[in-house]
Ligand binder design. Structure first.
Ligand code: GLC
Length: 799
């Protein structure tokens, strides 16, 4: 057993006994005899912040992660004192603070321990850099599992693993390689049926050990800064994610086209090639909403310029593409070419906007254009300038969206792959070195990009994409998982990464479908598309030197499969948009690993492949070549096989048939899945009818459909249409009630309700208590009926 004495011997310092306590409304301060202060703040009943100072001094309280609009407030708050401890109580949890050691223990109101300090807070003085290495040791509870932590390319359950957070350009990363492009120091613990979360809000390099070094301990530490963490109580996992997302923020609704299919390549050029690709989508009748221009559109990789030999008239081209239903997305990197003749460089030099080394000169590094300097995006003035640089691109040329890459920042030809650690940053008025600013650099870049894009596309909605991210970046931008590889293993990695990102508050996420490096064969590409259409951000992107990767690059059989699945995504757009709305409004993860769907079922705790798309569609990708199906776990409850309507009872593993043209996919019994007709791009067609695929169940289930103008901000003033459906199935009856909210008038007048799995023959149908002739509602042979979109109750009875 490791004792304090062992650790003290290694240089660790510990708080000792509490000598003083004060309360300031929702804050509690406990001071120890050796000058440690623990500040506990009750953010919400289930969200508690713990912050530790040494030598009686807190650092200025500043964080890029926290959403300034996060909801705060509690229903109940009390503190009591016993001989040995202080007890803080909210309506959800109790926090004990031990008077002798400052260690804490959090339990629910029934006294079940949720999370508890082992060694608790301790620290080590960092003689090399100054400041402390701050550490926290917790007890690993019985059968505890761990999830979350951003983009880690490893088993979804992190138990027994240790990971670190330092955003890194990791070309062609491998399974288990760490760290990657994101730093999201947030995890979810699950034990005894209860889930909680911990967010260690510290932008220095952080480290997490989930019962790896010692089975009894879970610990986390940072190479500087403060021990500053938030605890979130569930007990349901999705509530933990929701509470974390409330604190660090959710994105605004994107324009609906951003949820369509996107095609990218490094790089499509010149203009004629871009046009050809676009035309081929229309000729092949494969839906597509956006086409991407990677770095080669620029003049010598100078950001905010065009290579006029490749793109002589970008405005005309973008306009022509738009007429054909394509949005143009362009890339912008942080490295600014050192070139005295280049206006962006000149402006930054004149205003002193570049990052500097400790002794004063500008920080330099090699990227695509050669030697570059890097704007200090942690300076608010620089961010404002950067936002302004988008004016011409967005307002005048009509560019629709911006993709920020290399913003770790990536630097070539140096072993550290990034800026030197002594590089100085403004950090919004809290000057510091790169050790502290590194993990937030890309976030602040994309934040500035978001502000600019938002301003110049207004009154339309912005769409921005980033590679690097710290916790909270989801407020500003969608993201992708960087330079993956065209292998079956990477298909597995993508699946885990997307679920993990969603559980880390970052749902607007996708991967380079088909793999960035190397080239997939047709089978792998088809299997990857089948998975990718279920990812919130759905884009094929690849490196040009590895062959073609368009939907038609692998022969007609594969083209047909790819088309079929992209069409399915377009049909599911209202379902996906509703998922996004829930994420944006409530912080609901858009994809749930099945452990989140049913945490009480311990069978789900170590599964990686199956996930729930939204709340009612179960998906499990085929991840091996030559497969005709796969074994998968079906969560408890009744599910319909999407492809043949066969109903199966979950709670067991099952072999599911899925040849190359299918992906295992199940609909939760009772669900009502909204569908649009297939369109070649969002807005191609006026929607004349909303299909509702209704899956009968014995019992009750709720479904929701959110719609609005698909772009613009009228929805913020009530111009949305929210339909909540309550379905109740009985032996010979099916009742659907509709509750409507919002003043947006949808273009369609009717629902086409398609009934699946109805166990009886329809005898009569009542709409709002009036019997209608079966002929009048067009009872079709496929058990579909057409009813007015305004019904409040549909009552179907069987013979
Ligand atoms: C980086 C990006 C990749 C892009 C390439 C060229 O590798 O991750 O998506 O295509 O740079 O810009």
């Amino acid at each position: 057993m490791i004792t304090n004495t062992d650790l003290e011997y290694k240089g660790n310092l510990y708080p000792n006994h509490i000598v003083h306590y004060i309360r300031d409304k929702d804050r509690f301060y406990f001071t120890t005899d050796n000058g440690v202060i623990l500040e506990i703040t009750v953010i919400q009943d289930r969200t508690i912040r713990f912050r530790y100072a040494t030598e009686h001094t807190f650092q200025p309280d500043f964080s890029y992660a926290i959403d300034p609009d996060a909801r705060r407030g509690y229903n109940h708050l009390d503190i009591a004192e016993t001989k040995t401890e202080y007890i803080i109580e909210t309506s959800k949890v109790q926090v004990l603070v031990d008077k002798k050691t400052l260690r804490t223990q959090i339990s629910d109101l029934d006294g079940n321990i949720i999370n508890e300090d082992e060694l608790g807070f301790h620290w080590e003085e960092n003689y090399e850099y100054g400041g402390n290495t701050v550490k926290m040791g917790k007890i690993t509870q019985n059968s505890e599992s761990y999830y979350g932590m951003g983009d880690k390319a490893t088993h979804s359950n992190l138990k027994g693993k240790s990971v670190s957070n330092w955003v890194t350009d990791q070309y062609a990363y491998a399974k288990d390689q760490d760290p990657l492009y994101k730093a999201i120091p947030f995890y979810i613990g699950l034990h005894g049926g209860q889930a909680y979360g911990i967010f260690f809000d510290n932008s220095f390099k952080t480290h997490f050990d989930f019962a790896h070094e010692r089975r009894s301990t879970t610990s986390y530490w940072a190479d500087g800064g403060e021990m500053n963490y938030y605890f979130f109580y569930g007990p349901e996992m999705y509530k933990v994610v929701r509470a974390y997302t409330n604190l660090t923020g959710a994105p605004e609704l994107p324009p609906l086209w951003a949820l369509g299919y996107h095609q990218s390549k490094w790089s499509y050029f010149p203009e004629s090639q871009v046009k050809e690709i676009a035309q081929k989508f229309r000729d092949e009748k494969i839906p597509c909403d956006a086409i991407y221009l990677d770095i080669d559109y620029m003049d010598g990789f100078r950001c905010f310029t065009w290579d006029k030999t490749k793109f002589p008239d970008p405005k005309r081209m973008i306009g022509e593409l738009e007429k054909d239903g394509f949005k143009t997305v362009i890339m912008i990197d942080p490295g600014i070419k050192i070139d005295k003749e280049y206006w962006v460089y000149q402006e930054a030099m004149e205003n002193d906007y570049f990052c500097k080394r400790a002794d004063g000169p500008n920080m330099k590094g090699k990227v695509w254009p050669g030697e570059c300097s890097f704007p200090d995006f942690t300076n608010p003035e620089v961010r404002e300038w950067w936002a302004g640089l988008y004016k011409e691109f967005m307002s005048e040329l009509g560019v629709h969206a911006v993709w920020n890459d290399m913003n770790e920042p990536a630097v070539m030809e140096v072993p550290t792959k990034t800026a030197p650690l002594d590089t100085r940053h403004n950090y919004d008025g809290h000057p510091c070195s790169h050790r502290k600013a590194h993990n937030v650099y890309g976030m602040q870049m994309v934040r500035a990009t978001y502000e600019g894009v938002k301003k110049y596309v207004y009154p339309k909605r912005p769409m921005v994409i980033t590679r690097a991210a710290y916790a909270g970046t989801q407020r500003f931008s969608s993201t992708w998982t960087g330079d993956n590889v065209a292998t079956w293993e990477h298909l597995w990695i993508s699946n885990v990464q997307m679920q993990r990102m969603c559980m880390s508050g970052y749902s607007f996420v996708g991967c380079d479908i088909g793999g960035f490096a190397e080239q997939p064969n047709g089978e792998l590409f088809a299997r990857w598309i089948q998975l990718g259409i279920f990812h919130p951000f759905c884009r094929v992107h690849s490196s040009g030197d590895h062959g073609d990767q368009e939907p038609w690059s692998f022969g007609t059989e594969i083209t047909d499969i790819v088309r079929k699945f992209i069409e399915l995504r377009y049909q599911l757009l209202p379902y996906l948009y509703t998922m996004f709305w829930r994420y944006s409004k409530e912080g609901r993860p858009m994809l749930q690993p099945i452990v989140c769907f049913d945490q009480a079922d311990t069978q789900t705790h170590f599964r990686t492949d199956e996930f729930i798309f939204g709340e009612q569609i179960l998906v499990c990708p085929v991840q091996e070549p030559n497969a005709h199906g796969r074994r998968m776990y079906i969560p408890k409850g009744n599910w319909y096989n999407y492809w043949n309507d066969e109903m199966i009872e979950g709670g067991k593993e099952k072999w599911v048939v899925a040849g190359i043209d299918k992906i295992p996919m199940f609909i939760k019994a009772g669900a009502m899945i909204p569908k649009y007709p297939i369109q070649q791009y969002v807005g191609e067609k006026e929607i004349k009818e909303l299909v509702l695929d209704v899956y009968y169940t014995r019992g009750a289930e709720n479904s929701t459909v959110y719609e609005d103008a698909n772009d613009g901000y009228a929805y913020e003033n009530g111009k949305y249409s929210l339909r909540n459906f309550k379905l109740l199935g009985k032996e010979k009856e099916l009742i659907i009630q509709q509750f409507k909210d919002g003043s947006f008038i949808t273009t369609y007048q009717t629902f086409k309700i398609r009934l699946h799995g109805l166990p009886f023959k329809i005898k009569s149908v009542e709409v709002d208590n009036e019997e209608v002739e079966l002929k009048a509602i067009k009872l079709n042979g496929d058990n579909s009926i057409e009813v007015s979109k305004d019904f409040t109750q549909l009552h179907i009875t069987g013979a």
